[in-house]
Design a binder for this molecule. Structure first.
Ligand code: DC
Length: 224
């Protein structure tokens, strides 16, 4: 719990497809707080690397891209976040599995994470911030006022991602999505730098059998 005069933070961490994005945006609108989708930062860098023909293995070039990346994320009343990277609207491009795969490969790089840290901390502004990601409660905002860690079975998360991508018109395969989610879980949780894990003081919530409204209600109860 923060004892400073900094604006309050709700850190919302969890694996891919646990519902962090949807839940985080709803909470930010309910509280009237800012919203940080830190995954969009890693995805934005992944998209930029592809756009600029920078290999995910070329660490100095990635750090240079990260240092100069301008990312703007707007949350609208209809719960849809719009993301711009260096002036390009890339909302849909960032959600593809291909971008997620590249993001997951560059996210373990210590130099890249260090370069993106200040950008994330600058999002802590009055009246408050809902920050969603993997290491919000452990590394980026260890003094967050509230820490919630969302989980759900890999099968449920694959199904949710399938429905989400399908509704956007993407051609997707459920079995392949499940494989990709399981592989990403292993990569995100076993990496040496900022691995995905609940903060010691996090409220851990399994969303497998809960509706979005039920999850939001439990988080609001926890915060209140
Ligand atoms: O939450 P997401 O699927 O949009 O995240 C994309 C990738 O970025 C995922 O592989 C994990 C990584 N990531 C991270 O390492 N740290 C964060 N705070 C957010 C995302």
């Amino acid at each position: 719990m923060s004892t400073s005069n900094l604006p309050p933070v709700l850190a919302l961490d969890g694996p891919s497809g646990s519902g962090k994005g949807t839940i985080g945006q709803i909470c930010s609108l309910r509280f009237g707080w800012h919203y940080l989708d830190s995954g969009a930062i890693y995805r934005g860098l992944a998209w930029l690397a592809g756009d600029q023909n920078v290999s995910p293995e070329d660490v100095p070039a990635l750090v240079d891209l990260a240092d100069n990346m301008e990312l703007v994320c707007h949350v609208r009343e209809d719960d849809v976040a719009m993301v711009e990277v260096n002036g390009h609207v890339v909302t849909d491009e960032l959600r593809t599995e291909e971008t997620g795969e590249i993001a997951s490969k560059i996210a373990p790089l210590q130099e890249v994470r260090a370069s993106l840290l200040a950008m994330q901390r600058r999002c802590r502004k009055a009246p408050g911030l809902v920050a969603d990601g993997r290491d919000m409660g452990t590394v980026v905002f260890p003094d967050a006022d509230f820490k919630v860690f969302l989980t759900a079975s890999a099968e449920i998360r694959a199904q949710r991602r399938f429905d989400q991508l399908k509704s956007k018109g993407f051609d997707v395969n459920l079995a392949r999505l499940l494989e990709s989610i399981q592989a990403r879980d292993v990569r995100d949780s076993s990496r040496a730098v900022s691995p995905l894990k609940p903060a010691d003081d996090a409220y851990v919530l399994d969303t497998s059998d809960l509706t979005i409204d039920e999850v939001v209600t439990r988080i609001l109860d926890h915060v209140n």
